[in-house]
Design a protein around this ligand. Structure first.
Ligand code: THU
Length: 148
């Protein structure tokens, strides 16, 4: 079995693919602060998430686990809750981080969650750098698939 991949070094926006866009240092700082509020006694894997909305708001979230493991709320879930609690709208930039502060890929379920609330130009900061939502979740199922 392959050894677990080492986390990428924390990206602070000073170099690499995120250089030049001040939104990423802001979101990384907010996500790192949010993960201090994670409730993760079962996995001990805190996750913090942060996003900018189309109208310029900052929304954040952290994972909230449960003794019934499947009931766990990912950081993205609490971020979407805050999105609606603070006025709704769509996400234009998103990042989530692990306890080292490094970006992680959103899990599959949360890619679907983000897709539903994404602006057309949503960009996600990943361990591979910035990616458009269409590359994070290609061929996404969405509201348009439900028909009328
Ligand atoms: N987790 C998130 O919060 N977001 C993700 O995208 C990946 C996984 C959380 C869920 C669980 O509390 C912990 O990380 C370990 O899987």
């Amino acid at each position: 079995m392959a050894a677990p991949r080492e986390p990428e070094p924390a990206e602070d926006g000073a170099a690499g693919p995120t250089a030049g866009d001040p939104v990423w240092p802001e979101l990384l700082a907010a996500a790192r602060a949010a993960l201090e509020r994670a409730y993760c006694p079962y996995s001990s894997f805190p996750v913090g998430a942060a996003a900018r909305t189309e109208d310029g708001r900052l929304v954040t979230g952290a994972n909230i686990e449960n003794a019934a493991y499947g009931v766990t709320l990912c950081a993205e879930c609490s971020l979407v809750s805050e999105l609606f609690r603070t006025g709704g709208g769509r996400l234009v930039r998103f990042a989530c981080v692990d306890r080292t502060g490094a970006p992680i890929m959103p899990c599959g379920r949360c890619r679907q969650l983000l897709s539903e609330h994404a602006a057309p130009d949503l960009v996600v900061l990943t361990p591979q750098g910035e990616l458009p939502m269409a590359e994070v979740l290609p061929q996404a199922f969405g509201p348009g698939n439900l028909g009328s």
